[in-house]
Design a protein around this ligand. Structure first.
Ligand code: PNS
Length: 166
């Protein structure tokens, strides 16, 4: 039996978008197991608390049997080594993202020489979606249809309702 191949898909996921889900689906077709790893970042203020981001990913990836959600802190390269993963997955929406991603991939390889980064292109219909724009649209009352999974849209609605009642 060959050793199962695990890939780590790391990120902030504040919040998960349909573009992320597309990359998770594509990764799940290539690897035996995909771990969506949410960065625990005490410095960066996130809109959604870490636990909520994790549960929104779990709910949105429910139908994907080989997908697991975890959190990590510290260096990604160390986490990948601890998990014995074969690769890190990064989604590339545009060519302009490549130079930062290239630098990060090579730095991670410098830290862990056998760490491979696999870049996946999301479906073209998702290339303009970002967590930052989704948050801006939600805060200005715009529609999130087609941009985020249902669970994430519901989480925004709950936040709006809570804000209206406070
Ligand atoms: O969703 P993002 O913000 O694009 O994800 C960035 C992430 C979490 C992949 C990156 O910030 C990261 O790996 N952070 C962990 C700390 C680390 O390893 N830094 C060195 C990177 S070369």
């Amino acid at each position: 039996m060959p050793t199962p191949r695990t890939a780590i898909f790391p990120g902030s996921f504040d919040p998960l978008t349909n573009g992320h889900v597309d990359v998770i689906r594509r990764s799940a077709r290539l690897f035996d197991r995909v771990v969506v790893a949410v960065l625990v970042n005490a410095e960066k203020r996130a809109m959604f608390p870490l636990e909520e981001r994790v549960s929104l990913i779990r709910e949105s990836a429910r139908d994907l049997p080989h997908v697991e959600v975890d959190t990590f802190s510290g260096l990604l390269a160390d986490y990948v080594a601890r998990r014995g993963a074969a690769a890190v997955i990064r989604g590339l929406r545009t060519a302009s993202e490549f130079s930062d991603e290239w630098q990060m991939a090579l730095m991670n390889r410098h830290l862990q020489p056998d760490l491979e980064t696999v870049f996946l292109l999301p479906s073209a219909e998702f290339t303009y979606i970002s967590s930052r724009l989704v948050k801006e649209i939600a805060s200005l009352g715009g529609s999130l249809d087609g941009l985020v999974p249902e669970a994430v849209a519901a989480a925004f609605s709950r936040r709006r309702a809570a804000a209206a009642h406070s």
